[in-house]
Design a binder for this molecule. Structure first.
Ligand code: NDP
Length: 455
């Protein structure tokens, strides 16, 4: 059995039966049998099912947001934001799929034609994270279903109730039971899923698990996409509006209680404005309401996973031992549940775990730099490469810096932002492959090359 616990108070809220390995195998065989008929439906029919799924999300937003908040501890307004933000992603896929998937004639001369078509991969495994289960799940299962694949969906054990709701809503919307199957359980169920002969593996989660999965799946020569963690930096130049940059970055570091793959995890500030920035940043963080996640005013909630408290304790102790200055927070909050104070350090450097290891919590280090070149060197001093931002008045200066930064997404005067129109990808330990944009539709297909010669 899997016990679902409310991270705000440690109370059990549901007991669910895990899928045993033979049930995972049955789901795979059923999906394999059902996929050709799903792919044979006209694209318009599959798009219609996703359109109905969107309508269900709109109709049920309040209930779904409450379930998400109860199992991951996300402040209720942020749960609603995730659901409403999902709608524009779905709209993008609904608008762009037909054009993207249309066969392309690329040559026509002397009776010889060449055409590229997009074939579904077949049965794909979608192993997902808990921090944004609607966003990161839908980045995969929506385009995967639209392109004619069957999906075996393994939500994180920390977001299983939400995963089951997603399954029900898709089924109500016309996606056949065997074409989208939710597999309940912990990492071992994910491992059992990967033991099946799936045609593609789409994983969102930590580098550690991603690396394990790459070792298992690599020799099978199937499509493997890994969207992994980050240690995302931002650099604040000396020509900025300090208060505006501090407000934007405080939100980027602390939203979703710091548990976003693209949370700002390191801040570098030009020495000329360092003191003013640090003061403005701490003022912003002091203004955040730490409260029960069901409270409409809550901005910071509990951490979803209790073990992450130990990671944050360790990062705080290590930073202090190496001479960082603690400006606010630094401790667990008393009582049941996984609570940690919003925490800000200055005078940090790259000897500290806080500036090197993914924190995934409401904690940040601010380091001063003397010039742009030093900021570039420090931003690139990481094995990750998901996002990076520069705050500057001068666009040319920001673009010069961002051009040198190794990251899948770069931001000028913004952060912690994902767009359905742009590819979402990482370099280094942040992963391989991508979701979103029209590339994130094509990625669930196999291009087939047609050489057609008139008799
Ligand atoms: P984990 O790596 O712990 O888990 C991810 C998924 O893999 C879960 O469903 C987990 O199941 C499952 N799993 C665990 N072990 C195995 C295994 N051996 N075989 C197959 N599946 C397994 O990540 P988290 O869920 O804790 O997510 C947080 C991480 O995800 C952070 O590093 C974050 O940065 C990253 N992330 C990246 C995103 C991106 O777009 N790049 C987006 C969102 C998050 P279970 O939970 O049941 O153990």
């Amino acid at each position: 059995m899997l016990t679902v616990t409310n991270p705000a108070n440690g109370r059990a809220i549901a007991e669910l039966a895990e899928h045993a390995p033979d049930a995972v195998a049955s789901a795979y065989h059923a999906a394999r049998a059902a996929q050709p008929a799903w792919a044979a439906q006209p694209l318009a029919a599959r798009l219609e099912a996703i359109r109905r799924f969107r309508a269900e999300l709109v109709r049920d937003t309040e209930r779904l947001a409450a379930i998400l908040t109860s199992e991951v501890g996300k402040p209720i307004r942020q749960s609603r934001n995730e659901l409403t933000g999902l709608l524009s992603r779905i709209d993008f896929f609904l608008a762009e799929s037909e054009r993207t998937l249309a066969p392309r004639q690329v040559f026509d001369e002397g009776g010889m034609r060449e055409v590229i078509s997009h074939e579904p991969l077949g049965v794909v495994a979608n192993i997902s994270a808990w921090n944004y289960p609607y966003f990161v799940g839908a980045n995969v299962f929506v385009p995967a279903l639209i392109t004619g694949n069957a999906v075996l969906y393994k939500p994180s054990e920390y977001a299983t109730l939400t995963g089951l709701e997603i399954g029900q809503l898709l089924h109500i919307s016309g996606v056949p039971q065997d074409v989208f199957k939710v597999l309940v359980g912990s990492g071992s169920v994910g491992a059992a899923l990967l033991a099946q002969s799936v045609d593609g593996v789409f994983f969102t989660g930590s580098y550690a698990t991603g690396a394990k999965i790459a070792q298992t799946v690599g020799p099978r020569m199937v499509k493997l996409q890994l969207e992994l963690g980050g240690k995302d930096p931002a650099y604040v130049c000396d020509d900025v509006d300090v208060a505006a940059a501090a407000a934007s970055l405080a939100d980027g570091a602390m939203y979703n209680t710091g548990q976003s793959c693209c949370s700002v995890e390191r801040i570098y500030v030009h020495t000329k404005i360092y003191d003013a920035f640090v003061e403005a940043f701490v003022k912003e963080v002091r203004g955040f309401t730490v409260s029960e996640p069901t409270d409409e005013a809550a901005y910071i909630g509990p951490l979803t996973r209790a073990p992450q408290l130990d990671v944050l304790d360790r990062q705080v102790a290590d930073a202090q031992a190496r001479g960082a200055k603690l400006l606010i927070g630094g401790h667990r909050l008393p009582g049941p549940g996984n609570w940690f104070e919003p925490t800000v350090f200055c005078d940090v450097d790259h000897t500290m775990e806080l500036m090197r290891e993914e924190s995934f919590g409401p904690i940040i280090g601010i380091q001063h730099v003397a010039e742009d070149a030093e900021a570039v060197q420090l931003m690139n001093d990481t094995e990750y490469g998901l996002t990076a931002g520069v705050y500057a008045k001068d666009e040319a200066r920001a673009r010069r810096i961002l051009a040198q930064v190794h990251a899948g997404s770069v931001y000028w005067n913004c952060c912690d932002r994902v767009s359905p129109r742009l590819p979402w990808s990482g370099v280094g330990h942040s992963g391989v492959g991508l979701t979103l944009s029209t590339y994130g539709i094509e990625t669930f297909t196999r291009p087939k090359a047609w050489h057609l010669k008139q008799a």
